[in-house]
Design a protein around this ligand. Structure first.
Ligand code: MOS
Length: 751
């Protein structure tokens, strides 16, 4: 143990651990009573619809504003000529986490689907029809949407403020000394968020006070950002986001359409609703940017890595920087004496990419895990054995110990459940009864487990039950349920006796629901707030001569089942209600803040880990690929609710299958427009694509990550899966495909 970071005992949170409770919001959702942003209809509400550019680069030369304005029901039409002013320049970045947005600040078109005009009307139909009457004319410049016509640059950072380059050891020397080496190029496509609920806003102004109903992954932070655009103090903004129909990272970001909707409400002094159409989600609200990656790896005669070089070109827009930090996936997974990761940027005429489910790791590990498979193949070593030979006992480069790392157990248990031991080393060795080619592949999963500063409040009420509060977001991951479990446990109450309020920006700041860090961040704050409330309640009881707990002192008392018990004599106890009644029926309020302990963060490397095993079956005549089986084993610290965690792993693995075989946004090379901006032609997997899934929750105690020992589970499931499926396809066919999504035509020639 490092001297400057003391382990935090996790045992005191044991009482409610691991309860597979069903979702608190489940009934509301399946009965249609959960109200999403667009379900709000304040009195007098108007509808705003924007027209999107149908070219990807150039200038709008004319819009038939008169025709749109003359349409019955249309109240106002805005273009860059008459759009009312904003207090913040949309072309200036706004920290933290701000992007340049398009809010009709100029007639320039920077990507297809960029807002070019806004129509505000009494009905949705009138606004939609008005927007269709604008008939934009353009001066068209050639659109750059491919590697060969974009502009390359050296990025100052990747992802959100990440280092574009990291290096240790001598990669070239390592490659020269290698007995076996590989070098290959990999390509990952543009993917769009396609949350079930599109981005939306219902904006209501009362004077200079603003209330927003919108799906939002970063409530309190967003209030400050919105306030800046409208020149009001952050406390004048209230965001209500009780339910989100998916977010994936895109709903933590401010975007132009929502700003325009809010501006319309202020200018017209009436509530305004703006909801993106499915097609409009392909542009102004972020996406997973394309990457072109190169991996060079060497191994010695024993199959141990001598060098790892991962370089990535990441696409971004012409006007802003978000670069998929793909190469960073290689910096902390496998033991190698030399690792170099580096990025270049590529400017294209596309909407700015943004964080999307495992940004960096998803694309980067897709390439890395194939490369590892290729090197194992070149060494003649089983891919699992190869990974075990190169197991990082400490963090590569830094040599720091891991706060916890049960990856070995993930490999072992995943392999056992999958049946990996009977896998033939050579490809094309397995067929099923129908003559289909069968292949097995695997990949290692890894994701950081960040914490965001968060605050929470816990109130024990006079009747002995409790209310816990934090401004968090449940986009489907189960935060309402898991966070309530954490709070209830700290309060010594059954979850049913704890009310949970969230999804409202006026509550204590629950931090960002992103980076797979929400349960850890808001959960640690809730645990602290519950503990604080219990400490205050204990003070009341132990200092009251009328209490059976009198004189026990703060540490002499245990909270359990809605009662405080003397630690040295369990029979001496008193209910919370009794204690509070005697104290005059007051409520007890506890508060806490959470953040990562800087000493622990400096001394320990912190990641969730996992191993994914996949089986594919391929029709040898048609080349049709089916994923038939996936087993993932993951270790992510303490598991609060195994039912919800399993669901997160399933979601991640399904997205991995989607990445490997289905998703890709395609640009028309003539216009730069996305050709498949809808759920009919932008393919995502359906049930038939995912026949059998298993997620194994490997126990892991972590004394360093935070006070509750919780890592993150949301995004890791994608990271091992993409490579596992690609490797299974190789194992079935002998064809190595390095470009996603993998299609029939990629393997047909090799069958
Ligand atoms: Mo995420 S990219 O915070 O789902």
């Amino acid at each position: 143990m490092s001297p400057d970071a003391q382990p935090i005992s996790t045992t005191r949170y044991g009482s409610n651990a691991g309860q597979p409770l069903t979702r608190r919001d489940g009934l509301l959702k399946v009965t249609g009573r959960a109200t999403y942003a667009a379900d709000n209809h304040p009195e007098g509400m108007l509808y705003a619809v924007y027209a999107g550019a149908t070219i990807a680069r150039g200038r709008v030369t004319s819009l038939d504003v008169a025709a749109a304005k003359a349409h019955p029901g249309v109240i106002e039409v805005w273009t860059p000529d008459n759009r009312p002013p904003l207090s913040h320049d949309p072309d200036a970045k706004l920290p933290p986490f701000g992007f340049r947005i398009e809010a009709l600040q100029s007639d320039r078109v920077r990507y297809a689907n960029q807002p070019i005009a806004l129509v505000i009307a009494e009905t949705l139909e009138a606004a939609t029809e008005g927007a269709a009457l604008l008939h934009p004319q353009y001066e068209v410049d050639e659109a750059r949407t491919e590697l060969d016509n974009g502009q390359m640059f050296d990025p100052p950072s990747v992802g959100v403020g990440g280092q574009p380059r990291s290096a240790f050891g001598d990669v070239e020397a390592g490659l020269k000394a290698a007995t076996v080496a590989i070098e290959a190029e990999y390509e990952t496509p543009a993917q769009y968020h396609n949350a079930m609920e599109p981005h939306a806003v219902v904006a209501v102004w009362e004077g200079d006070k603003l209330t927003l109903d919108m799906p939002n992954q970063a409530l309190v932070m967003s209030c400050g950002l919105y306030a800046s655009y409208f020149g009001i103090p952050p406390e004048n903004v209230v965001i209500r986001s009780p339910f989100l129909g998916g977010g994936f990272g895109s709903k933590a970001i401010i975007n132009g359409p929502q700003i325009l909707g809010i501006l319309a409400a202020r200018a017209l002094k009436r509530p305004v609703k703006l909801v993106l159409t499915r097609a409009q989600m392909y542009g102004p609200v972020g996406h997973r940017g394309r990457t072109w990656q190169t991996l060079r790896m060497g191994a010695d005669a024993e199959g141990r890595l001598t060098a790892l070089h991962h370089s990535a070109i990441s696409a971004t827009s012409s006007h802003d920087d978000f670069l998929e930090p793909a190469a960073n996936a290689s910096t902390h997974l496998y033991a190698s004496p030399a690792i170099l990761s580096e990025h270049r940027g590529l400017r294209l005429d596309i909407g700015t990419p943004g964080p999307m489910r495992a940004p960096g790791e998803a694309s980067g590990s897709a390439a890395l895990e194939i490369a590892v498979d290729e090197l194992a193949e070149a060494c003649g070593v089983d891919p699992l054995e190869f990974r075990l030979k190169n197991y990082a006992e400490t963090e590569p480069g830094s040599g720091r110990p891991y706060s916890s790392k049960a990856l070995r157990e993930c490999y072992a248990e995943g392999a056992r459940r999958f049946g990996w031991a009977s896998r033939p080393l050579q490809p094309r060795m397995m067929r099923d009864a129908d003559g289909f080619l069968v292949g097995w592949g695997m990949g290692t999963a890894l994701f950081p487990c960040p914490m965001f500063p968060a605050e929470a409040r816990a109130t024990i009420r006079a009747h002995g039950k409790a209310l816990i509060e934090t401004a968090g977001a449940d986009m489907g991951q189960g935060a309402w349920t898991a966070l309530a479990q954490i709070g209830a446990e700290a309060l010594g109450l059954a979850p049913d006796d704890v009310e949970f309020h969230s999804g409202l920006s006026t509550l204590p700041d629950g931090g960002i629901a992103g980076g797979s860090g929400h349960t850890a961040s808001a959960g640690a704050a809730l645990a602290g707030a519950g503990k604080d409330a219990i400490a205050r309640l204990t003070d009341l009881a132990t200092s009251d001569p009328a209490s059976p707990l009198y004189g026990a002192g703060n540490i002499g008392v245990v909270a359990r089942g809605g009662r405080l018990h003397r630690r040295d004599d369990d029979s001496r106890s008193e209910s919370y209600g009794e204690i509070l009644a005697r104290a005059g029926g007051q409520d007890i309020v506890g508060t806490a803040q959470s953040a990562r302990d800087p000493a622990a963060a400096a001394s320990h490397a912190m990641y969730s880990h996992g191993a994914v095993f996949a089986e594919v079956k391929i029709d040898p005549t048609l080349g049709q690929i089916r994923t038939t089986r996936m087993v993932g084993a993951f270790a992510a610290g303490r598991i609060i609710n195994p039912r919800l965690v399993e669901s997160q792993y399933f979601g991640g693995m399904i997205w991995g299958a989607s990445f490997a075989l289905h998703e890709e946004a395609l640009h028309d090379p003539r216009t730069g427009r996305i050709m498949n901006a809808d759920l009919a032609e932008y393919h995502v997997p359906v049930n038939a694509d995912i026949p059998s899934l298993e997620a194994i929750l490997i126990p892991e105690d972590d004394a360093y990550v935070n006070s509750i020992g919780v890592k993150g589970v949301g995004e890791i499931g994608i990271t091992g899966t993409v490579g596992a499926i690609a490797n299974a396809i190789w194992h079935a066919t002998g064809v190595r495909v390095r470009k996603f999504p993998i299609r029939i035509e990629d393997i047909l020639g090799g069958l």
